[in-house]
Design a protein around this ligand. Structure first.
Ligand SMILES: *Cc1c(COP(=O)(O)O)cnc(C)c1O
Length: 402
């Protein structure tokens, strides 16, 4: 079967499997909460009232639709494909994360929950969750590794300003993985009145499919916008891949369009040697981590490997199960950008276009610098600018002298 045949858009199956990936690998105590969530989510998805409410808040509170911006100077500089930027950086709170946070908080309200919890790495998802919780007057607790709390002190303060409680997690490596484990423990204990707003297209079913569906608005808009501007589909889509939510959000509505190629960009860190990167498709292998089955960076004994990236949002040992499947189907190509390439792209985009991207998004920009010059002038590329770079300015300043 051709990799772009129709079944691509009907995955996952009823148990949340994307081919051999995905599923639900959790302790018995989490089965019931996940089943309840699955039932409520699929009912909400079919309910026009829910969709109407979601559209309303996406437009009025989050700032959708975001522009699809023709980057003229960047296009001229690279001398190849015409480049468009999908401006998710212009959303409220500065990144795509709010698309999912608003969707899940509406679901939590529908389920009668009065408290929401979330994990966060760099703090962007924590801020998005604290924001929507404040907007609806829900109690909010954010779990964050103690190391990340230090690295991202500004976001910790932002969450507290928004009324959230931020719990620093001191277990293990004190980063994102441990924060997810703590959030799951909280959820099991408090599930009657608490909803867990997971922040990426990862975890046990139904999270990967639900989070994807809340982000597909990115690709739905981009498709409409490019058809309006260029009267045809793009040739290449580029997005960075952490857990994979901004990328799958852009890619999903184009999966059936065989002429549209897609490129996911992982964190190459200091290069592809163990523990110095977070590129799961470069040396990762099949395994189970935090509720799902996917490509995971692990050693020969199945111990999760350390990861590294200049960008905290891409610094995770596993990738969303749908990406694992799209990788194996060869529908999406996956590459990586190193820290050095990313920092270069960060500065160049700022100076060419007046847009300071998040370091995560700068990975996608770096891949664009490499690919666009090799493409003909009548081809079209869309790069997802998943977030803005304000949060990263001090970190970049510490690495580059201008
Ligand atoms: C969190 C984050 C990412 C990575 O998460 P995905 O789920 O892979 O999209 C990318 N860009 C920005 C700006 C982020 O905040």
């Amino acid at each position: 079967m051709s990799p772009t045949a129709a079944p691509l858009t009907s995955v996952p199956d009823a148990q949340g499997h994307f081919g051999p990936y995905g599923g639900r690998y959790v302790p018995e105590t989490l089965m019931h909460p996940l089943q309840e969530l699955e039932g409520e989510y699929f009912r909400a998805q079919q309910d026009p009232e829910f969709q109407k409410e979601l559209d309303y808040y996406l437009r009025e509170f989050c700032g959708r639709p975001t522009p699809l911006y023709h980057a003229e100077r960047l296009t001229r500089e690279l001398g190849g494909a015409r480049i468009y930027l999908k401006r998710e950086d212009l959303l409220h709170t500065g990144a795509h994360k709010i698309n999912n946070a608003i969707g899940q908080v509406l679901l939590a309200r529908r389920m009668g929950k009065t408290r929401v919890i979330a994990e966060t790495g760099a703090g962007q998802h924590g801020v998005a969750t604290a924001t929507v919780a404040a907007m609806f007057g829900l109690k909010c607790v954010i779990y964050m590794g103690a190391v990340d709390c230090e690295r991202q002190a500004l976001n910790v303060y932002r969450m507290k300003m928004l009324g959230a409680e931020v719990v620093a997690v001191h277990a293990g490596q004190k980063t994102l993985k441990e924060a997810v484990s703590e959030a799951m423990r909280d959820w099991v204990t408090n599930v009657r009145h608490t909803h867990y707003i997971l922040g990426t297209a990862y975890g046990a079913h139904p999270y990967p499919v639900m989070v994807r569906n809340f982000h597909r608005v990115i690709g739905d808009e981009a498709r409409r916008q490019i058809l309006e501007k260029e009267k045809r589909l793009p040739d290449l889509l580029i997005a960075c891949v952490g857990g994979g939510s901004n990328a799958i959000g852009l890619f999903y509505p184009f999966l059936k369009d065989e002429s549209v190629r897609m490129l996911g960009v992982e964190a190459g860190g200091e290069g592809i040697t163990p523990e110095r990167h977070a590129a799961r498709f470069q040396g990762g292998s099949l395994g189970v981590l935090q509720g799902t089955r996917s490509y995971i960076l692990q050693d020969e004994w199945g111990q999760i490997q350390l990861t590294h990236s200049v960008s905290a949002g891409l610094d995770y040992a596993a990738v969303g199960p749908e990406h694992a499947w799209l990788h194996d189907q060869k529908r999406v190509e996956y590459t990586y950008a190193t820290d050095a390439q990313t920092l270069d792209a960060f500065i160049r985009l700022a100076r060419l276009e007046g847009i300071i991207p998040a370091l995560e998004s700068a990975h996608a920009v770096a891949a664009c610098f490499e690919r666009a010059p090799k493409m003909s002038k009548d081809s079209i590329v869309i790069v997802n600018i998943s977030g803005r770079g304000d949060k990263d300015v001090s970190q970049v300043a510490a690495k580059i002298t201008l």
